[in-house]
Design a protein around this ligand. Structure first.
Ligand code: GLC
Length: 544
């Protein structure tokens, strides 16, 4: 780790409800994470990004926050949080918490007060309330759509029982958007930042960091928010990526910098890649997820383009790339890569959808991951990917809880398939996740990936991740340089970083390693290198 620890950090995402359950209620909790700290220490992570654990009615698995400064009883107490920070610190691990500033829960006391206080009140001005269109105000104020299906506005009933104003929610109706035009919202979030900084967090992952401010003329924007935030004519969406965001993030940076210990922020900013650098200027956020590599298929040219784009786009501001392949919003990459080239994906897979080739998916996932982990920059790991965990692709509708499943009438799978509780022990009830239950059922395929099985097998994905992180640190790859190797066969891609040649073979055939790597010492491999050949769908690190 360098002094700017985040530049080359390995950051492990814990999704608290599915990591480990200490009290046996079937729901992961903070004491469960504390118990597993030795596991994370042995894996070699520098920080944990903890998805929301604050008080919430859990309509969007905690991304609907009702109290930003308290722990939800499902997960424990503030004292449990302090114990977690202490345990992490003992293992040299920092804790990054999720900050959700675009919207609160409709159960937040400020939103309840806004509903009670009525139109034109200061309480209502903390959120985005508007009168409806049409003579009776029956039409929503704009045509904006919610991420989770349907229109992004909900009409309220006023205290006197009459149909009233509409409020904006870019996500579920239970997630009203804050009004960032109001200075009181700024003051409130500054106090939230300080609350967690005072408790010793290493920083924040900022949820939908490209939203928050909205064009106050509220123009028409009939497109689905997933389609890239620009329309065919290149016009930018009125609810995303606005210039007003940047003074806000500068202010937050000043607050972080008041604290010792190089506290950091990472943006979840789903903007076109050429605009991400704007969030990563030296006085704004430290990092922003690079989603291009994650979106690329397992194909050499596409992977190369994604990596080049990451370096080109961040170069003007000197920010490191934040490489990522899986998270709690996307199909696990060991499953995604088990589909034929050209397959398009939603956020999940239904039992009625074509099913993946699990072995091929895992083989490619190990290769794509090993290739990514040699790059300079920070790397993010989503819990369970180090076990080679697949998506749950046959989860029955009755168990699915993600709002888009219900709101789409079951036509959108939602994101539950990547959120299934982790398997720790192959032969324990609930695979050792809990003694009493599992909030989503675990598929049988998890047994072979349980942490105890993986730890005992020298060639397991878990041991590959452990060795990779150790070597990455030892060779300083995270703060190294990247130079493409020319002249490799079609479908083979490679680069050199600090004396390590990182090469991936994305073809379905073994490929001879070209000179000068034919007899090079093999440092790590996703499939053993034999006879100077890189196996089909595999990657290796070689001494360069
Ligand atoms: C982010 C989160 C996602 C959540 C949404 C609304 O994209 O990663 O899980 O549903 O924001 O907060």
């Amino acid at each position: 780790m360098t002094q700017e620890w985040w530049r080359d950090a390995v950051i492990y995402q814990v999704y608290p409800r599915s990591f480990a359950d200490a009290n046996g209620d079937g729901m992961g909790d903070l004491p469960g994470i504390t118990e597993k700290m030795p596991y994370l220490g042995a894996l070699g992570v520098d920080a944990i990004w903890l998805s929301p654990f604050m008080r919430s009615p859990m309509r969007d698995a905690g991304y609907d926050v009702a109290d930003y400064c308290d722990v939800d009883p499902l997960f424990g107490t503030l004292a449990d949080f302090d114990d977690l920070v202490a345990a992490a610190t003992q293992h040299g691990i920092k804790l990054i918490v999720d900050l959700v500033p675009n919207h609160s829960s409709s159960e937040h006391e400020f939103f309840k007060a806004a509903l009670a206080a009525g139109p034109g009140s200061p309480e209502r001005d903390l959120y985005v309330f508007k009168d409806g269109l049409g003579p009776e105000g029956n039409e929503p104020p704009t045509d904006w759509l919610s991420h989770f299906e349907g229109i992004a506005w909900t009409r309220v009933t006023e205290a006197d029982g009459t149909p009233g104003q509409w409020y904006l929610h870019l996500f579920d109706p239970s997630q009203p958007d804050w009004n960032w035009e109001n200075p009181k919202v700024h003051e409130y979030f500054e106090s939230v930042l300080r609350f967690w900084l005072d408790r010793g967090v290493g920083g924040f992952r900022v949820d939908v960091a490209h939203a928050l401010f909205k064009d106050q003329t509220f123009p028409s924007w009939p497109h689905h928010p997933h389609r890239g935030n620009v329309d065919e004519a290149g016009n930018r969406a009125p609810q995303f990526d606005r210039d007003e965001l940047h003074p806000l993030y500068r202010r937050w940076r000043e607050i972080l910098d008041e604290y010792e210990g190089d506290r950091m922020m990472v943006a979840e900013a789903s903007v076109t890649p050429d605009r991400l650098w704007r969030y990563l200027r030296a006085d704004e956020m430290h990092e922003g997820f690079n989603f291009e590599y994650m979106k690329a298929p397992f194909e050499a040219e596409a992977m190369k383009r994604a990596i080049d784009l990451g370096f080109e786009n961040n170069a003007p501001v000197g920010a490191p790339n934040s490489w990522v392949l899986s998270n709690h919003d996307a199909i696990r990459h060991a499953t995604k890569m088990g589909y034929p080239a050209g397959t398009t994906f939603g956020e999940g897979i239904l039992p009625s959808d074509p099913q993946p080739d699990a072995d091929l998916g895992l083989r490619r996932a190990r290769a794509a991951t090993l290739f990514m982990h040699g790059l300079p920059g920070a790397v993010y790991v989503y819990q369970g990917e180090e076990l080679g965990l697949p998506e749950h692709t046959t989860l029955a509708g009755e168990f699915r809880q993600d709002p888009s499943f219900e709101r789409s009438g079951g036509t959108r799978a939602g994101r539950d398939g990547c959120r299934v509780p982790l398997p720790w022990q192959a032969s324990a009830p609930y695979y050792g996740f809990s003694s009493g239950g599992s909030w989503l059922p675990q598929p049988e395929s998890f047994a072979a990936h349980a942490a105890d099985v993986e730890a005992a097998a020298p060639d397991s994905t878990l041991n590959l991740y452990r060795s990779t992180f150790a070597l990455r640190k030892q060779r300083g790859l995270g703060v190294g340089t990247h130079a493409w190797i020319d002249g490799l066969p079609a479908g083979v891609l490679g680069y050199v970083n600090n004396g390590v040649a990182v090469i991936v073979n994305t073809t379905g055939e073994a490929q001879a390693l070209p000179a000068p790597f034919t007899d090079a010492e093999v440092l790590l491999a996703s499939v053993a290198v034999e006879g100077g050949h890189l196996a089909a769908d595999s990657a290796a690190w070689l001494a360069a």
